[in-house]
Design a protein around this ligand. Structure first.
Ligand SMILES: [Zn+2]
Ligand SMILES: [Zn+2]
Length: 341
């Protein structure tokens, strides 16, 4: 089987790998689709993501959908042949965060295809992967595996909106119309936001945002754009650049909430901190997700418009061109790798 392994900055290799054996408690999954995520691109282009650096070769990929092949000893789940999405996180279950209901910030979690711990947790961009059986979720009726590959990033978006508090009837600003920003738009609409405004530098990215429910789109580099709101109730920063955070802090109303979702550059990032003070802005982080995964699958099953965000499906043997395409936001939104033999 083929797998997509990152060896270091700029060194992505498609390799022939042995099929893993499911250990006790594990399921073996034949992967159909794997979504290329911003973090996969960061490992490829920069050798790390946020403050996590690559220290050994790692199978990439954590947005994985496939079919059940078999189970290891003592493991149960959807029947072999069933279509499943893989929840990428295995929190430890015993740390203070897990005990307190914040498993997404578990201090000892294992996340598919992540260099946050060492040895790194190998990912799911391979023909077959062995994962803990309790991480499998059967696809709901009406949801095919292709659209289901959006479940992980949509879960991230749902969690960010949850962190913003009740958005019912609110005007929500989203800075950044990459795949995550677009999914935040959809998540905010699903949560009852009255209006969603999105900013980005690229017209193509803003078209994707419109396709999933953005009422107003704004060119971030055009101060004269008629779409700029005077004020919003909630802002979600999904671009991962300091300028986006600046925009959110400047436009959110006094006492409003700003959620930082985009992973900012490593180290120190300057921002207008006094706005947080003088306007009593609630500045909150959002990281990954936990139980939102099941809600994401239901939302995907109900809403065909999500298909508009999948701009290409590329065979795994052409992984490097898939990554190049995914990194070029003038040409793509979400790019999927296909692992069918
Ligand atoms: Zn992802
Ligand atoms: Zn934990």
């Amino acid at each position: 089987m083929l797998g997509c392994v990152i060896h270091g900055q700029g060194d992505l290799r498609v390799e022939e790998l042995p099929v893993p054996e499911p250990a006790p408690g594990q399921a073996l999954v034949a992967v159909r689709y794997g979504g290329v995520c911003g973090s996969d691109l960061h490992y490829w282009r920069h050798g790390g993501v946020g403050d996590f650096r690559l220290r050994e070769p790692m199978l990439l990929g954590h947005e994985v959908v496939g079919t059940v092949v078999s189970y290891g000893a003592g493991a149960r789940g959807p029947a072999p042949g069933a279509a499943v999405a893989v929840h990428p996180a295995t929190p430890c279950g015993v740390c203070p965060e897990c005990s307190g209901g914040r498993r997404n910030v578990c201090r000892d979690t294992r996340y598919l295809g992540s260099a946050a711990r060492f040895p790194h947790v190998q990912g799911g961009f391979a023909g077959q992967v062995a994962v803990p059986a309790e991480q499998l979720r059967a696809l709901p009726d009406g949801l095919g595996p292709r659209r289901a590959a959006l479940a992980e990033p949509l879960s991230v978006a749902l969690h960010a909106v949850r962190r913003a508090g009740d958005v019912t009837g609110r005007h929500v600003l989203v800075t950044g119309a990459g795949p995550i920003g677009c999914l935040v738009v959809a998540a905010a609409r699903a949560a009852g936001a009255a209006r969603v405004t999105v900013t980005d530098l690229l017209p193509r990215a803003l078209e994707y945002a419109s396709a999933v429910g953005a009422g107003t789109v704004v060119r971030a580099d055009d101060p004269g754009d008629a779409g700029w709101p005077d004020e919003v109730d909630v802002a979600v920063e999904a671009s991962g650049v300091a300028a986006g955070l600046g925009t959110c802090l400047r436009l959110v109303r006094r006492g409003g909430t700003v959620v930082q979702l985009g992973m900012l550059p490593p180290g120190q990032v300057p921002f207008a901190g006094n706005l947080v003070v003088s306007r009593e802005i609630e500045l909150r982080g959002a990281f990954r997700f936990d139980t939102e995964f099941d809600g994401a699958l239901r939302l995907l099953a109900a809403e065909p418009a999500f298909d508009a965000l999948i701009s290409a499906v590329v065979p795994v043997r052409d992984a490097e061109s898939a990554f190049t395409l995914a990194a070029d936001r003038t040409r793509s939104c979400k790019v999927l790798l296909n692992f069918d033999a």
